[in-house]
Ligand binder design. Structure first.
Ligand code: ADP
Ligand code: GLC
Length: 495
């Protein structure tokens, strides 16, 4: 099948979070299934620099953009970057300036990106290639289903699948944006683009895409409920037959302690001996006391409300005070959370190590060097770090929500006996509940002489969260979207 995969990030080119990991590893998994999948991203400076075999190609006649064609680093996956200097050639993050403020013209930038995707989807950019299906990701691509088929006729156009990676980011803009973007005035109503008097890119996709997915089965259920639907639960309920939860996979070529080049010593479920050396290395790097026995708790992530860093601070403070744990954190985001995290490190020198910023090798070193991984997210569509920590023998402590609920099996006595436990989960998302889960974890760790801790580590390390099952699920869903005629033609040509 010819698939155009559109995203605002992809690991290897540009990354701010898990969307990048998925946008690189899912297309790669589809390619291994012999699908003709190609990736399209905005031509941010960093992406242009990282693109392999970069070759310029003209865009459609008269368009203010051209294409940069190449490959995703380390793969043969074809990539098109939309090189639109006015919109994408600027320093800073894909979405915000270095002062943390969103770019004021984000509506124009990502409407521009959407129009470029539509041109590729209609084979108007001289590629001599037209996708049968366009897979869109998050609000930055949200206008594509609408632009491809404004009358919702469904005829002679590629089918669209839209994946919600995070419903908290909706691409909301002032009502006047409708005119600025030259969108038809008749779309200004609550069953289309309007969301409480604002223009919503996310909603446009939820209304107009042929199928919708999100990144775990539990999150797919949660977002149809007013409590977690961020105001879009009604739209999602109306489309519940077209909404599917497909769990993200892990690319174990990047995230496996047996071959990880960022960590001090490699190890595996068969030989755990190297893990201790990673703990020592992490303690040294983060300025922590070199103590092999004290439990070292790790955290990696964007410092935003979602991730529950404030819960983490509050629940860990008494344990730090009592000298019962060490903490290693890397992350960046909201200034207040960054400052609070820095203050914690100053309050407990030698017990808390913090790096404010984005550091890929350090993220791997924390996964490998910590004894426990903390992920008290208030909500979590899927979450990748808990999956990485499972493979690294670093049992995760998670709030039982979204993908965290789908991937971590709580270490209850029954699950420990049955050999299914992989970590610790708690609910609700309160300091007390997190504290209680930490107590359970520390107790099991303290009794590690009895072998149950090592069993817990091994259970997690041997679970398979690779892409095989999920890539098959996407492919099956893509096939269901194709018009019957072309499905029959496919079946005939396969004979
Ligand atoms: P989200 O997409 O909500 O940020 P995920 O758990 O799905 O959460 O993915 C986060 C990804 O970003 C992981 O690959 C994680 O290692 C990485 N990451 C987040 N913050 C940092 C950071 N400060 N330094 C290095 N990697 C980070
Ligand atoms: C989002 C979510 C995260 C998910 C990632 C990739 O950023 O917050 O839970 O794992 O996208 O789908």
């Amino acid at each position: 099948m010819r698939i155009l995969f559109a995203s605002s990030e992809a690991y290897g080119l540009v990354k701010t979070g898990g969307l990048a990991d998925v946008s690189a590893s899912l297309p790669a998994a589809l390619r291994r299934r012999r699908q003709d999948v190609r990736l399209v991203l905005p031509g941010y400076p960093e992406a242009c620099r990282n693109l392999v075999d970069a070759t310029p190609r003209p865009g459609p006649e008269g368009a203010p953009w051209q294409l940069l064609e190449g490959h995703l680093p380390g793969t043969r996956l074809p990539v098109y970057l939309v090189d639109w200097p006015e919109y994408f050639q600027r320093a800073g993050n894909p979405y915000s300036a270095s002062n943390g403020m969103d770019w004021p013209d984000n509506a124009q930038r990502f409407a521009g990106f959407a129009r470029a995707i539509v041109a590729l989807a209609r084979d108007e950019a001289g590629l001599d290639w037209a996708p049968e299906l366009v897979h869109l990701n998050d609000w930055q691509t949200g206008l594509v289903p609408l632009l491809l088929d404004p009358e919702r006729t469904g005829v002679e156009r590629p089918r669209t699948v839209f994946t919600i990676h995070n419903l908290a980011y909706q691409g909301l803009f002032p009502a006047s944006t409708l005119q600025d973007l030259n969108l038809p005035a008749k779309l200004w109503h609550p069953e289309a683009l309007e969301f409480h008097d604002q223009l919503s890119f996310m909603k446009a996709a939820l209304v107009f895409a042929d199928a919708i997915t999100t990144v775990s089965p539990t999150y797919a259920r949660e977002i149809q409920d007013p409590a977690s639907g961020m105001g879009l639960d009604g739209v999602l309920r109306a489309r519940s037959e077209d909404l599917h939860g497909i769990l993200n996979g892990v690319d174990y070529r990047d995230w496996d302690p047996a071959r990880d080049r960022h960590i001090a010593t490699r190890y595996s479920a068969d030989d755990l001996s190297g893990k201790a050396a990673n703990k020592t290395a992490l303690q040294t790097r983060m300025g922590l006391e070199p103590n092999p026995d004290v439990p070292l708790l790790g955290h990696v992530g964007r410092m935003v409300e979602q991730k529950g860093v404030d819960l983490l601070h509050a629940a860990c403070t008494p344990l730090l005070e009592a000298g019962r744990i060490q903490l290693a954190l890397v992350g960046s985001g909201q200034k207040d959370l960054e400052h609070a995290t820095g203050a914690l490190a100053r309050a407990y020198p030698g017990r808390v190590g913090v790096h404010i910023g984005y550091d890929e090798p350090l993220a791997h070193q924390i996964e490998a060097g910590a004894d426990l991984f903390l992920m008290p997210s208030r909500f979590e569509p899927c979450g990748l770090n808990q999956l990485y920590s499972l493979r690294y023998g670093t049992p995760p402590v998670v709030h039982a929500t979204g993908g965290l609920a789908d991937t971590v099996v709580d270490a209850t006595p029954e699950n420990l006996d049955a050999g299914t436990a992989t970590g610790f989960s708690f609910t609700p998302d309160s300091i007390a509940a997190l504290g209680a889960a930490l107590e359970r974890a520390l107790e099991l760790h303290a009794a590690r002489g009895d072998g149950r801790w090592e069993q817990l580590m091994r259970n997690g390390m041997t679970r398979d969260f690779g892409w095989n099952a999920s890539a098959d699920a996407y492919l099956a869903l893509y096939r269901e979207q194709l018009p019957r005629r072309s499905r029959r033609a496919k079946a005939a040509s396969a004979l």
